[in-house]
Design a binder for this molecule. Structure first.
Ligand SMILES: CCC/C=C/C(=O)SCCNC(=O)CCNC(=O)[C@H](O)C(C)(C)COP(=O)([O-])OP(=O)([O-])OC[C@H]1O[C@@H](n2cnc3c(N)ncnc32)[C@H](O)[C@@H]1OP(=O)([O-])[O-]
Ligand SMILES: NC(=O)C1=CN([C@@H]2O[C@H](COP(=O)(O)OP(=O)(O)OC[C@H]3O[C@@H](n4cnc5c(N)ncnc54)[C@H](OP(=O)(O)O)[C@@H]3O)[C@@H](O)[C@H]2O)C=CC1
Length: 280
């Protein structure tokens, strides 16, 4: 299948890594990069979903490795394997991540560490390995894109993850400065609510039922909308983006709920305006 948006061969010759490529946003991104001609290496903890992603891509476009991004030795071995196989790495999407929903007072020290370790340490280990094994010594640089969370003003029930994603966004900013001398460009995509299978099945039913109503556009994002942004960043169109946090969330960061709020609009859907007072 061809990309619905971009020209064929746009990413010919490029090599990309997508962590967590076996499902949801990671799968959508890996498939779009592969459709555009990139060779894509995906990883995750379970082989089966990764193989399924591979089976959906053009023959030979996607390779699969089991790798837990929290484990330093596995990350090193994975990156070395990709370099052995493909000889270069142009683009890294740190998509593997997540959390569980829980009131903050019920987060145990182990639970907090678990979420920080996956999102912050996992992202860091992969970023550091790709930079030090290829992007810096090759002299070629490259692009690294992290996945974070919108809303930035805090997501109740996800205190651990809100903290972790803020850390990843600042890491993105500081590395975009430090590693500009190596021509490494870093961005973060702050994703709002996307209709992935995990989002629709992992969280409590009442949360899933109501989540679109917390988005001004009134709907969840579609995985392909995320994948198009990733492909754009990987393409020459993304060459001058660095240090930027790109929020893709149907305006969720700026408001909590559909706009106009229910009950406030007139019959045509128009929000109210105050009457002008006569001048004294
Ligand atoms: C509206 C939503 C917006 C959507 C955003 C998205 O990101 S959608 C996409 C989202 N996608 C994802 O999130 C995908 C990736 N997420 C994951 O793999 C897991 O959610 C993970 C981050 C917990 C890591 O898993 P793991 O296998 O490494 O860890 P483990 O299972 O072995 O747990 C270790 C410790 O964590 C704690 N703890 C864990 N769960 C709960 C709980 N429900 N309750 C309470 N506590 C919990 C507990 O302390 C446990 O230790 P214990 O008590 O067992 O000794
Ligand atoms: N869907 C949404 O609305 C939003 C999603 N996000 C973020 O976007 C990313 C993708 O989300 P989504 O596709 O919805 O969720 P998924 O749960 O489908 O994706 C997470 C992927 O990461 C992999 N993964 C998890 N832990 C590890 C690990 N330790 N090492 C390697 N791979 C791992 C999982 O595979 P496996 O279990 O086999 O390891 C899975 O394929 C996540 O970071 C998520 O938090 C952010 C905001 C909103």
């Amino acid at each position: 299948m061809r990309s619905e948006l971009f020209r064929e061969g746009l990413l010919e010759g490029k090599v990309a890594i997508v962590t967590g490529g076996g499902s949801g946003l990671g799968r959508a991104a890996a498939l779009e990069l592969a459709r555009l001609g990139a060779r894509v290496a995906i990883c995750g903890r379970r082989r089966e979903p990764l193989e399924e992603t591979r089976s959906l891509a053009p023959d030979g476009a996607i390779t699969v490795d089991v790798c837990d991004v929290r484990e330093e030795q596995q990350v090193d071995a994975f990156v070395e394997q990709v370099l052995e196989r493909h000889g270069r790495i142009d683009f890294l999407l740190n998509n593997a991540g997540g959390q569980y929903m829980v009131p903050a007072e019920d987060i145990t020290p182990k639970g907090f560490r678990t979420v920080i370790r996956l999102n912050v340490e996992g992202t860091w280990l992969m970023t550091h390995a790709v930079a030090t094994k290829w992007m810096i010594p090759s002299g070629e640089g490259g692009k690294i894109c992290n996945v974070t969370l919108s809303p930035h003003h805090g997501l109740p029930g996800m205190a651990h993850s809100s903290a972790a994603r803020a850390a990843v966004e600042n890491l993105t900013r500081v590395l975009s400065i430090e590693w500009s001398r190596f021509n490494i460009r870093l961005t973060a995509i702050a994703a709002g609510h996307f209709e992935t299978e995990t989002l629709l099945t992992k969280y409590p039913e009442q949360v899933v039922r109501g989540v679109a109503k917390t988005v001004p556009l009134g709907r969840l994002g579609r995985p392909e909308e995320f994948a198009w942004l990733v492909a754009f960043l990987a393409s020459p169109g993304g060459d001058y983006f660095s240090g930027a946090i790109l929020t893709i969330d149907g305006a969720r960061d700026n408001w909590f709920g559909p706009y106009p709020p229910p009950g406030l609009a007139d019959e045509s859907g128009k929000p109210p305006a105050e009457a002008r007072r006569p001048r004294a």
